[in-house]
Write a protein that binds this ligand. Structure first.
Ligand SMILES: NC(=O)c1ccc[n+]([C@@H]2O[C@H](COP(=O)([O-])OP(=O)(O)OC[C@H]3O[C@@H](n4cnc5c(N)ncnc54)[C@H](OP(=O)(O)O)[C@@H]3O)[C@@H](O)[C@H]2O)c1
Length: 243
């Protein structure tokens, strides 16, 4: 088991890519805290993960609320692995973008992720070990119509990855990103509809990913298999950003 005795926090661990990541982590022996807003979804996910050999529990938190972020860090920490996966991804063209949603996207995807990491990093640094994985997107480096604000928040995350690697890795804490391409999750279908499948047809692998495929990349970066990798961005995008 690759994550035996490791404690991991996965934000947005109750659905999609986060839930598949939690499944792999539990399989590898980790004690996993999955965070999300909806307790019913959380309870259902915990029940799915109950077979071990690791364990899972749910912590309710809205990453867009700084008080929730502070409480989540206190409840989940100290951790060995932090997967910053939760995010909002509503579609809006630039000319149709409303200010409230713009703000909510930055509060959740950028501010919440930043202050959660800032709260959990000190214990990792004191221990001299740890792995942080930011879930970005191919859209951080590609122009995708309707995704201007979302993509900008994820470009911010990619920037955090580089800065945090520079700040934390001298103390033994690795920080990396995974940048998925179109991945068939319930959440993305609600927001993007057929657009996800269409995007999948246009990339070199000519299909969408399953969330479990992205989870494998996250496990790689979270585990000791990537022990000499820090500050990197792993494009799990079916070749989208290669062309
Ligand atoms: N699917 C794709 O095509 C794709 C492509 C590139 C990148 N990504 C990235 O991959 C990550 C996961 O995406 P996904 O498709 O798996 O999403 P998903 O199926 O919609 O799941 C999102 C998860 O995040 C939680 N969440 C959402 N807003 C939250 C908030 N404000 N506070 C706390 N938790 C919150 C959700 O639970 P609650 O709703 O209960 O809070 C859920 O557990 C995201 O960062 C996304 O940007 C996805």
């Amino acid at each position: 088991m690759e994550l035996k005795d490791q404690v991991a926090l996965i934000t947005g661990g109750t659905a999609g890519i986060g839930l598949e990541t939690a499944r792999l982590f539990v399989r590898e022996g980790a004690s996993v805290v999955i965070a999300g807003r909806n307790p019913e979804r959380g309870a259902k996910a915990v029940a799915e993960l109950a077979d071990g050999p690791g364990s899972a529990r749910f912590a309710a938190a809205d990453l867009g609320d700084l008080e929730d972020v502070r409480r989540l860090a206190e409840d989940a920490g100290p951790v060995d692995i932090l997967v910053n996966n939760a995010s909002l991804f509503p579609v809006a063209t630039t000319v149709d973008q409303d200010v409230e949603t713009f703000q909510r996207l930055f509060d959740t995807n950028v501010r919440g992720t930043f202050f959660l990491t800032a709260a959990l990093a000190p214990a990792m640094l004191a221990k001299g070990a740890g792995s942080i994985v930011n879930v970005s997107t191919m859209a951080a480096v590609m122009g995708v119509p309707g995704a201007s604000v979302y993509s900008a928040t994820k470009a911010a995350l990619a920037s955090f990855t580089r800065t945090w690697a520079a700040e934390f890795s001298p103390s033994g804490v690795r920080v990396n990103s995974v940048a998925p391409g179109p991945t068939l999750t319930d959440g993305v279908v609600v927001e993007w509809g057929d657009g996800v499948a269409e995007l999948g047809k246009s990339i070199p692998l000519r299909r969408t990913a399953g969330p479990a495929e992205i989870a494998e990349s996250i496990l790689f970066l979270a585990s000791a298999r990537s022990s000499f990798v820090t500050g990197a961005n792993l494009a799990a995008d079916g070749g989208a950003t290669a062309i």
